[in-house]
Design a protein around this ligand. Structure first.
Ligand code: ACM
Length: 690
């Protein structure tokens, strides 16, 4: 052996004899227990998937499809040695628990239940996707995984009202949940802006209630040739669609909890059947405003008949034990102003309108209970005296859950802002529209589902957690996935993994493999994981998302209404006070300033707060853009009259001189406007140097 060959041999021997460094597999959510074993198992197209119980046929096919789609390996169907075996085992405790064993002889997934088998399959697929790309075989290190979830309710809410998603999209959303071992979809199907579920007995709910003219002038000018009227936006799910989606979800062990809102968020129903209203002259069109409307169902016999008929059809479609009845944001002004409703309230011996809401919800709760179902509602339902077996979704922070748990109710934690995934993930101009708060991946991961305010016993009433994707500001359904991922993976880990395994740096190290899985399946996601937002491209230019705000009223990152089709510019501002701060702007040497701005519809229902919207009177017909130095009361260094513009005509670009100023200064940027609706919103600003 020559020296060169000898040294190669020594290196080879050293490598092959050294104990193989074991690194924990990249799994999300982290299983309860992962134990390294010795040896390995090779998976290839020769590896059979074997199952003994016909009920596991779907899980076997699911594994086959995932491995084929992500690694290009078509596992063998049918029996044989060195197999992947799915096996029911009554010795495995826990409704969703499983054991996954990878050994040199084969892979075994054992569980007592179908959910356990399914979750074992998902974990095995994750083991098979430690790296991405096509392969002709994959070597799995031997391992034993014993796993079961921390919480029984691992939920997402999808708002299909504010913007409608297709059946195929809803299925993709459910499939993505299942791959994270999430198991409850609260499906928001009715609200002020639309009614999205076909109810045979009340066809106007979808013939009328499912359609609206979007906000703004651009939509009003977009005439539908077949009607000669503005084109309607909307849609609904037929009962056949819903059966299809419910069955699709059930195969993936996702329960769909339908949400039918009452007594508020009821405008689409009221427009469809005006006798449901608490006022005599309700609107005749579904609205495209966001926010909280005053329209409540009239709490009289005919309304309950309607709601019970609706719920009867809903229960026939959704096998879920829980039915969500909303109950949030029901401002009681119309109940206070209606003498018949007041008389009824007094006749029932109810002290006030909150108690009337309590009575309303209790009555519906009794109806659901008589049909073997359980009522769940947003935390406001606690205010009116709630039925004892009602479950609470705590959204106004976690206080609702604490009150619920202390009074013996089950609760789901779904607090804003941290579990409201329509909030942006990072500052900066690249983020799609959304609510203005920043909820990073780490913010979600750090959410503690075991509130210290509760005793150990009370904590048992917390049955789970849920993140919500409201879609007021998510017009394009692909951006639902952007909002969801990777934050949904963080949610899944909090909901599934034991508290003791929680470790941010470990999670962060596992996320890239998770994103690669999403990529391989064509599921969208944000790429921002951690760290600061990207720096502005130029020191002389800022997008509205790269500016500070003068106030923190209702901060939104929203699109205008134009163009009707295609991408729209996005504006970050406080709708209560459109005013921005450019801190430490390099104003020295600038001779002018150039801005882009949009005239936006003010389509927000904010009740009496509308009077509080800052509306600075203009000196010229269309208002002016103003720049002030060192604060909003400082000297004016630029005044640019705004051009005449119809609302929603797209971005206006204007420029003008600035008073020569040395150094760097904080600039206050704002508009004077002739009206609250429409109003000017700043899109970008740039300093001009001659
Ligand atoms: C809610 O966000 N109104 C539940």
């Amino acid at each position: 052996m020559n020296r060169r060959l000898l040294s190669l041999f020594v290196i080879f021997a050293a490598v092959s004899l050294a104990p193989r460094a074991w690194s924990a597999p990249l799994l999300v959510p982290m299983p309860a227990k992962v134990v390294e074993q010795s040896g390995a198992f090779e998976v290839s197209a020769r590896t059979p998937i074997v199952y003994f119980d016909r009920r596991d046929a779907f899980a076997a096919r699911y594994l086959f499809d995932l491995v084929k789609r992500t690694r290009g390996i078509a596992l063998r169907q049918g029996r044989g040695a060195k197999a992947i075996v799915l096996k029911r085992d009554t010795g495995i405790g826990g409704d969703e628990a499983y054991r996954l064993q990878v050994a040199p002889e084969g892979v075994t997934i054992s569980a007592r239940t179908g959910s356990g088998i399914f979750y074992g399959v998902v974990t095995l697929w994750q083991l098979l996707t430690q790296t991405a790309g096509e392969a002709d075989h994959i070597v799995l290190n031997a391992v034993t995984i014993d796993d079961a979830p921390r919480f029984v309710w691992r939920g997402m809410l999808l708002d299909s009202v504010r913007h409608f998603q297709t059946v195929s999209f809803v299925k993709q959303f459910i499939d993505a949940m299942a791959r994270e071992k999430l198991n409850v979809l609260q499906w928001h199907l009715t609200d002020d802006q639309g009614w999205r579920i076909e109810i045979k007995r009340y066809p106007r709910l979808t013939r009328v209630g499912a359609w609206r003219v979007p906000a703004g002038e651009a939509a009003r000018r977009d005439i539908d040739a077949s009607t000669g009227k503005p084109r309607l936006y909307g849609g609904f799910y037929s009962q056949a669609d819903i059966r299809d989606i419910v069955a699709y979800a059930a195969e993936r062990h996702v329960t769909i909890v339908p949400e039918i809102e009452m007594p508020g968020h009821a405008l689409a129903a009221i427009v469809s059947y005006p006798w449901l209203a608490s006022v005599s002259n309700p609107p005749s069109e579904v609205s495209s405003d966001w926010g909280v409307f005053p329209y409540l169902y009239n709490p009289r016999a005919r309304t309950f008949q309607f709601l019970e008929n609706v719920l009867t059809e809903v229960m026939a479609l959704f096998p879920s034990r829980y039915i969500h009845v909303g109950g949030d944001e029901a401002v009681k002004d119309q109940w206070k102003a209606n003498p018949e409703i007041q008389a009824r309230m007094h006749a029932l011996g109810l002290a006030d309108e909150n108690a009337l809401q309590g009575w309303f919800i209790a009555r519906i709760g009794k109806f659901l209970a008589a049909h073997g179902r359980r009522l769940i509602g947003w935390d406001e339902i606690l205010e009116g005296g709630v039925p004892p077996d009602a479950t609470i979704t705590s959204w106004r922070g976690i206080d609702g859950a604490i009150t619920a748990a202390k009074t013996g109710h089950d609760a789901v934690l779904s607090p804003a802002p941290v579990l409201y995934f329509d909030n942006r993930q990072v500052e900066g101009a690249a983020e799609p529209s959304g609510r203005g708060a920043i909820v990073s991946l780490k913010d979600v991961y750090d959410f503690d589902p075991a509130p210290p305010a509760l005793s150990d016993l009370e904590r048992k009433q917390i049955i789970g957690i849920q993140a919500n994707i409201w879609t007021e500001h998510i017009r394009e359904q692909k951006n639902v996935f952007y909002a969801a991922f990777p934050r949904e993976a963080a949610l899944a880990e909090i909901a599934w993994s034991p508290a003791a395994t929680r470790d941010w740096s470990s999670f962060l190290a596992r996320v890239p493999a998770e994103l690669a899985r999403l990529d391989a399946l064509g599921t969208g996601h944000s790429n921002h994981l951690d760290g600061p937002p990207p720096a502005p491209a130029s020191p002389d230019r800022r997008d509205s998302h790269e500016l500070g705000l003068c106030s923190n009223g209702v901060v939104l990152s929203i699109e205008g209404g134009a163009p009707v089709a295609g991408p729209r510019p996005v504006f970050l501002h406080d709708i209560m006070n459109p005013c921005w701060i450019w801190s430490k702007a390099p104003i020295g040497g600038a001779t002018g300033i150039s801005i882009t701005a949009g005239l936006l519809p003010f389509n927000f229902q904010i009740g009496d707060d509308r009077a509080k919207v800052t509306n600075r009177p203009p000196a010229t017909p269309n208002g002016e853009f103003e720049v002030r130095l060192d604060g909003c009361d400082g000297p004016k260094i630029a005044t640019l009259p705004m051009p005449h513009r119809g609302a929603d005509e797209g971005l206006a670009t204007i420029h003008g001189p600035v008073v020569p100023t040395a150094g760097t200064h904080d600039l206050c940027l704002m508009f004077t406007t002739p009206s609250v609706d429409p109003y000017w919103a700043l899109h970008s600003v740039e300093l001009v140097r001659k």
